[in-house]
Design a protein around this ligand. Structure first.
Ligand code: COA
Length: 157
């Protein structure tokens, strides 16, 4: 079985992430969306909230699972027998960061391929931070995120 892990902080998931999950789910037998618990970023939503919002958003895609993990993504990928890690690239400025992350991951395990998806143009300006900023300034973000994110933001802000 060809399993791919899509790691990220997903704080929160956006339609840009969801688009990548949908496209990747057609290429791999199974996608595990992996919410990083302890990365360097301080998260706005707790890990369980982030997992719940993603699960709600992908409930119609049968080959997608959502988990959280505290540790090295590659170690998780090895543990479940994944063949690939997935990352999205939006703009050139993502490249430098992704290049370094990919190099670190490759150093840990070069047998697991890192596969990049180019974000669609219409989602290339979306980021989790911009969603939170737009929402807290009363801008309608319902066309940029899954409905579960709008609901959670309403509860929180
Ligand atoms: N659509 C919308 N937004 C996107 C996107 C897309 N297609 N692609 C990236 N982004 C945005 C995210 O919204 C996020 O925005 P923010 O900075 O405003 O929060 C930003 O790009 C990057 O987020 P994400 O893709 O979630 O990556 P990350 O940098 O938050 O997470 C990990 C990186 C968690 C995958 C990485 O640090 C990791 O694997 N950590 C575990 C430890 C480890 O294994 N380290 C590697 C070896 S040292």
């Amino acid at each position: 079985m060809n399993i791919a892990v899509y790691p990220g902080s997903f704080d929160p998931i956006t339609n840009g992430h969801l688009d990548i999950i949908k496209r990747a789910s057609k290429l791999f037998d199974k996608i595990v969306v992996l919410v990083a618990i302890n990365n360097e970023k301080k998260s706005f939503f707790g890990a369980e909230e982030r997992v719940k919002m993603i699960r709600d958003s992908v409930k119609d895609i049968t080959n997608v699972e959502v988990e959280s993990f505290d540790g090295l993504t590659m170690r998780y990928a090895e543990k479940i027998g994944a063949k690939a890690l997935i990352r999205g690239l939006r703009v050139v400025s993502d490249f430098d960061y992704e290049w370094k992350l990919a190099a670190a991951n490759e150093f840990i395990n070069s047998d697991i391929e890192i596969v990049f998806f180019m974000a669609r143009h219409e989602t290339s300006f979306i980021s989790s931070s911009s969603i939170k900023e737009l929402y807290s300034n009363d801008i309608d973000i319902s066309s940029l995120v899954p409905i579960s994110v709008v609901e959670e933001l309403k509860k929180k802000i």
